[in-house]
Ligand binder design. Structure first.
Ligand SMILES: NC(=O)c1ccc[n+]([C@@H]2O[C@H](COP(=O)([O-])OP(=O)(O)OC[C@H]3O[C@@H](n4cnc5c(N)ncnc54)[C@H](O)[C@@H]3O)[C@@H](O)[C@H]2O)c1
Ligand SMILES: [Zn+2]
Ligand SMILES: [Zn+2]
Length: 344
């Protein structure tokens, strides 16, 4: 089968590999119908994911059809259409039982697919702990609608959840890339008083203005001023940072009001500095981390009920054989790309 493979630092290549097989009774094999490219794939390519292993098939956002299941798999059966979760988790350890599945203590716990074990920019994928790693897609939900469930939508859902958003809050989201937009969609479900999105790129600012007319949109230069004008207590009640630059990290704590929650979703290419003397007395709560992707069933149900729609994010589609071209567009942010669906 065809598999897009991490060959070397800076180099992915479409290669021929054997179709994966069941290795454990809790595994399933999924025939992939659609996958996508994530910014984290680019982080692997550029060497900023130390855990990523050379030779693995990349890709951790995908949907497909169950082709084979191990004897211990109970929740899905052959022929089911499923969304694959970016995270592998056993469901039984201390962290899994508390919903912190990103820190599952299994050797493949957390983000393994397309990083430490073969992922989904391919024709087939082996999903360990399939009862946790796969969610049935409701019949009325298309592959396009379900595509981002297991990764960026799970991330947006988690970010909105841990940010403890209230209906009286002004929420600032920094960065309107795919992850920021998914965070926005999940924040909207919480009905805060106001949502402000700060984005550097004009095309992306226009995307937000066109699709989500109730949102206040600002550029980095005017972010602090806009936030202070639009909020009741001198700053945002909640800030979610989904941009990933030094400048956006700084804006995140600067735009927050005293006692606010600042949730860091972005991954950075280098350490960020928290200048504690400068923020002394602001009494901020920082929340950080990798997504705990265990709400995919609920996310699919929200999609089914028309509460979340990520289809406008799919700006391009390519067959797997042309994935190289898709990466070129995604990596260089050409042609106003937001997300690319790789269709098998
Ligand atoms: N925590 C997790 O589990 C998790 C999951 C998925 C993605 N991520 C991370 O989230 C981040 C965002 O992912 P993405 O796919 O949306 O990436 P992206 O690069 O497409 O989006 C980032 C956006 O931020 C904007 N931006 C950059 N600097 C800015 C600034 N100073 N102010 C405002 N906007 C600014 C960019 O123009 C871009 O649109 C990445 O770092 C990614 O690795 C984390
Ligand atoms: Zn991802
Ligand atoms: Zn576990």
């Amino acid at each position: 089968m065809l598999a897009y493979t991490y060959k070397d630092h800076g180099n992915f290549e479409l290669t021929e590999k054997a179709k994966p097989e069941i290795q454990n009774s809790k595994d399933a094999i999924v025939k992939i119908t659609m996958s996508s490219i994530c910014t984290s794939d680019l982080h692997i390519k550029h060497g900023s994911v130390p855990k990523a292993e050379l030779g693995i098939t990349v890709g951790h956002e995908m949907v497909g059809v169950v082709e084979e299941v191990g004897a211990g798999v109970k929740n899905v059966k052959i022929g089911d259409r499923v969304a694959v979760n970016v995270e592998t988790f056993c469901g039984e350890c201390f962290f899994c039982k508390n919903g912190f599945v990103n820190n599952c203590t299994d050797k493949n716990g957390g983000w393994a697919l397309g990083c430490r074990i073969d992922g989904g920019q391919a024709e087939y994928v082996r999903v360990p702990y399939a009862d946790q790693g796969l969610n049935k897609i409701p019949d009325s939900v298309s592959d396009e609608q379900a595509l981002f469930t297991g990764d960026i939508l799970a991330t947006g859902f988690w970010a909105a959840k841990i940010s403890e958003i209230k209906e009286t809050d002004t929420v600032l989201i920094i960065g309107a890339g795919p992850t920021g937009i998914c965070t926005l969609l999940c924040t909207m479900l919480k009905n805060p008083k106001k949502i402000i999105v700060c984005e550097k790129d004009e095309i992306r600012r226009n995307f937000i203005k066109t699709h989500y007319t109730s949102v206040i949109v600002t550029e980095p230069e005017n972010c602090l001023e806009t936030v202070s004008k639009e909020s009741d207590h001198g700053g945002a009640d909640v800030v979610i940072e989904a941009a990933g630059s030094e400048e956006s990290f700084k804006s995140a704590w600067q735009a927050a009001r005293a006692n606010a929650i600042v949730t860091i979703v972005a991954l950075y290419d280098k350490p960020m500095i928290l200048p504690l003397p400068d923020m002394y007395g602001k009494n901020l709560t920082f929340k950080t981390g990798g997504v705990d992707g265990c709400d995919c069933g609920e996310i699919l149900s929200l999609i089914e009920r028309g509460k979340i729609d990520t289809t406008p994010l799919i700006t391009h589609k390519f067959p797997l054989k042309d994935i190289e071209k898709a990466y070129e567009i995604f990596e260089n942010k050409l042609e106003n790309v937001i997300k690319i669906a790789i269709v098998n």
